[in-house]
Design a protein around this ligand. Structure first.
Ligand SMILES: NC(=O)c1ccc[n+]([C@@H]2O[C@H](COP(=O)([O-])OP(=O)(O)OC[C@H]3O[C@@H](n4cnc5c(N)ncnc54)[C@H](O)[C@@H]3O)[C@@H](O)[C@H]2O)c1
Length: 271
């Protein structure tokens, strides 16, 4: 399929390096005819990788710390100016927990860091949506997607306070889905993605076991980042105009499984 996003404008948050889910979304959005700006936290931009992506997509990078409303206001305003009109899509692909990163377990968190986890991984979404709404920056039938993980619904030791952040994020997706849908017919959804080997993913303690377990449980296996990007493109396109306020699992079937034969076999007699 070609030009699913022809004529559409957007902002893509969270491309850090070529493993990032957002990186792949940017590549696919470009292939499908979209124009967009890229953004990331100033500290992430120092790594310089994102410039390569911007060049390949013929666009610019606008630095913004997603926890700082002033940065978001400038980002949204500059994106609308640069792209020459209101936006049709936004990708929120942001997550970080200082507790997880520094090996603090869920029952021994540093609360200042926990506030940071919630601010970066959840509140940033609210700040972004509120900024877009105040600036009336999204076109009717626009589409917003946030990335999330099933630890919002189920217990996954090792995911730490990110689970609380994702639960909050998904709630904000529903709430803004209501207000934005009613006021502007903008749709707002989250995609709950399989474990994926990225900087954020691999930072989780025991990531390889997480990954292997989910892969063995899922009839289709874990969903790769590239397929997550394809799914995201469908949500940005006009083919999904009445999908909103949903948490959409993109996980090879993992979320609906009880147990698989592959996993059972590992607990069989004599094993
Ligand atoms: N990798 C996985 O296993 C997995 C699974 C499900 C969901 N997700 C979610 O997918 C999204 C993207 O993560 P990824 O796996 O591509 O990893 P990634 O590390 O490539 O992306 C995370 C991004 O968040 C950005 N970020 C952190 N703090 C920020 C701030 N203050 N302001 C702006 N940006 C900031 C980082 O710079 C980075 O680009 C995250 O929401 C993550 O939780 C990941």
């Amino acid at each position: 399929m070609h030009n699913l996003l022809a004529g559409k404008r957007g902002i893509i948050f969270g491309a850090l390096d070529e493993n990032s889910i957002a990186w792949k979304v940017a590549q696919k959005a470009h292939e499908q005819g979209a124009r967009f700006t890229l953004t990331n936290a100033p500290v992430a931009l120092r790594m310089g990788e994102i410039k390569k992506l911007a060049d390949a997509c013929g666009t610019i990078v606008i630095p913004a710390d997603a926890t700082v409303v002033d940065d978001l206001e400038k980002l949204v305003q500059q994106s609308v100016e640069h792209l020459g009109g209101k936006l049709d899509f936004v990708l929120h692909s942001i997550g970080m927990s200082p507790n997880v990163r520094k090996g603090k377990t869920y029952t021994d968190v540093n609360y200042e860091w926990m506030m940071k986890t919630l601010d970066i991984s959840a509140l940033s979404f609210h700040k972004l949506m509120q900024t877009c709404m105040k600036q009336d920056a999204l076109n009717e039938w626009g589409s917003v997607v946030a990335l999330t993980y099933i630890a919002a619904q189920r217990a996954f030791p090792g995911y730490g306070d990110m689970a609380d952040a994702k639960a909050t994020l998904e709630s904000m997706v529903r709430s803004f889905g209501y207000y934005y849908g009613q006021q502007k017919r903008v749709r707002v959804n989250s995609i709950s993605q399989s474990p994926t080997a990225t900087t954020a993913g691999s930072g989780i303690k025991g990531f390889d076991s997480f990954f292997g377990f989910a892969d063995s449980m899922s009839p289709l296996g874990n969903a790769p980042a590239e397929d997550c990007a394809n799914y995201t493109i469908t949500l940005f396109s006009d083919l999904t105009r009445y999908v909103t306020m949903q948490n959409l699992y993109h996980d090879g079937g993992f979320s609906t499984m009880g147990v698989s034969e592959l996993v059972m076999a590992r607990f069989g007699e004599g094993k």
